[in-house]
Design a protein around this ligand. Structure first.
Ligand code: NIG
Ligand code: FE
Length: 387
């Protein structure tokens, strides 16, 4: 959806029954009939935000990388000098499953505080069979919280230190041992690969993703983030559900995604945070008719924010998306990319009553006043879960 018409209802109301939306419309038309009332007068009610790309489970932080960037070092230089993904892998491996869960719960509460109710979460800081499974188990255990987490297997996030000289052996490990275990134990719905120079090339990415597809997993790809190396084309070739990042994707990649029905997931928080100036060509993608998704890419290295309103603010300023397009990208389009558009992503009769209420009168204020949560309350399945 492009998101030109949001279907805003002034003085609107909603009746929730059994966790689902039973009625929605002008409040004087809603038949309250003794139901408990939550007064949202003077506020904005939106579908719960859906974050379709996060790396929510990791230990520690990357404060040193953050400070090094201020001294002018690039993401790739910092990774070579001992920071980067590998430094998070070491800390994540050293953490017990319970400690990792405690940290992940803290991150999850940040998402709720920013109005998100469904969050995709990738593994990828384990990079061995047992460690990747530990992270996927943590993602499953997060579902004890009153929000939904969608697990994605990202064993191909980086070549681990112990396979530095023999990357093909790591690819084989992912294909022959990790993927079959992940699939047979139903630990993930999707498989992702970091297709990038110095990480996994197109050939290796194709091998991993083709194997995942055969096992019935949906495909998502980190594509064309730092270099235009054919990631978007690969997503189209394999019929991936999404191609994510796309900072370097040109009109050819855009046309390929359009032909194959791949949804672009744009992550401007990572461009901002890495101090880059090359944002993905969102206008061209929307004008080509693609159902663009916006997501946080929440992770300790390149995008330490759980805030979709903040991401929308950057998308408006830097990518010239309209506020309505941003809202669509962070709700219904994101729901579609996670195969859940029939259940969540909009406030329509029959859908799950997941909604967030904000302390403002016009939804655009949410992206205009940036950098602090304006969340008043968050509901999942009709139950208040924040504050
Ligand atoms: O989406 N690009 C690869 N992965 C993350 C960064 C992860 C990290 O730096 O820890 C991303 O930007
Ligand atoms: Fe990412």
């Amino acid at each position: 959806m492009a998101g030109r018409d949001l279907g805003i209802i002034r003085d609107g109301g909603m009746l929730v029954r059994d966790g689902k939306i039973d009625m929605v419309g002008p409040s004087d038309k809603i038949d309250i009939n003794g139901a408990e009332v939550f007064d949202a007068r003077g506020k904005v009610v939106l579908p719960g935000f859906i974050d379709a790309h996060t790396h929510l489970v990791f230990a520690g932080n990357r404060l040193d990388d953050f400070e090094r960037r201020a001294r002018g070092e690039t993401y790739e230089q910092i990774a070579k000098a001992g920071g980067g993904i590998w430094s998070s892998v070491k800390k994540t491996r050293a953490a017990s499953e319970d400690d990792l869960l405690a940290e992940a719960r803290k991150h999850a509460r940040w998402f709720l505080k920013c109005g998100a109710t469904t969050v995709e979460a990738k593994s990828g800081y384990g990079l061995s069979l047992d460690e990747e499974i530990k992270i996927l188990r943590v993602i499953h255990r997060l579902n004890e919280m009153p929000m939904e987490f969608v697990p994605t297997f990202l064993g191909a996030h980086a070549i681990p230190e112990e396979f530095r000289g023999t990357p093909e052996r790591y690819v084989d490990l992912v294909v022959e041992e990790m993927l079959p275990r992940v699939a047979s134990n139903k630990l993930a719905e999707y498989c992702d690969v970091f297709c990038e120079r110095g990480y996994f090339d197109v050939e290796q990415s194709r091998k991993i993703l083709s194997a995942a597809k055969k096992l019935g997993l949906g495909l998502r790809i980190h594509a064309d983030q730092l270099t235009n190396n054919g990631g978007a084309d690969l997503a189209a070739e394999l019929g991936a559900v999404t191609a994510d990042h796309l900072e370097q994707t040109d009109e050819r990649g855009i046309a390929a995604m359009k032909r194959a029905g791949v949804q672009p997931v744009l992550l401007p928080g990572s461009v901002y945070s890495l101090g880059g100036n090359r944002y993905p060509r969102a206008r061209e993608m929307i004008d080509a008719g693609l159902d663009v998704v916006l997501a946080t890419d929440f992770n300790p290295g390149s995008s330490p924010t759980p805030s979709l309103p903040m991401v929308c603010s950057i998308a408006i300023t830097e990518m010239k998306m309209t506020p309505a397009e941003c809202l669509t990208a962070a709700t219904i389009n994101a729901a579609r990319s996670l195969g859940r558009a029939d259940k969540i992503g909009s406030l329509e009769i029959g859908k799950q009553a997941d909604f967030s209420i904000f302390d403002c009168e016009d939804y655009r204020e949410l992206m205009y006043w940036f950098g602090f949560p304006q969340t008043h309350a968050v509901f999942v399945g009709g139950q208040r879960v924040y504050p």
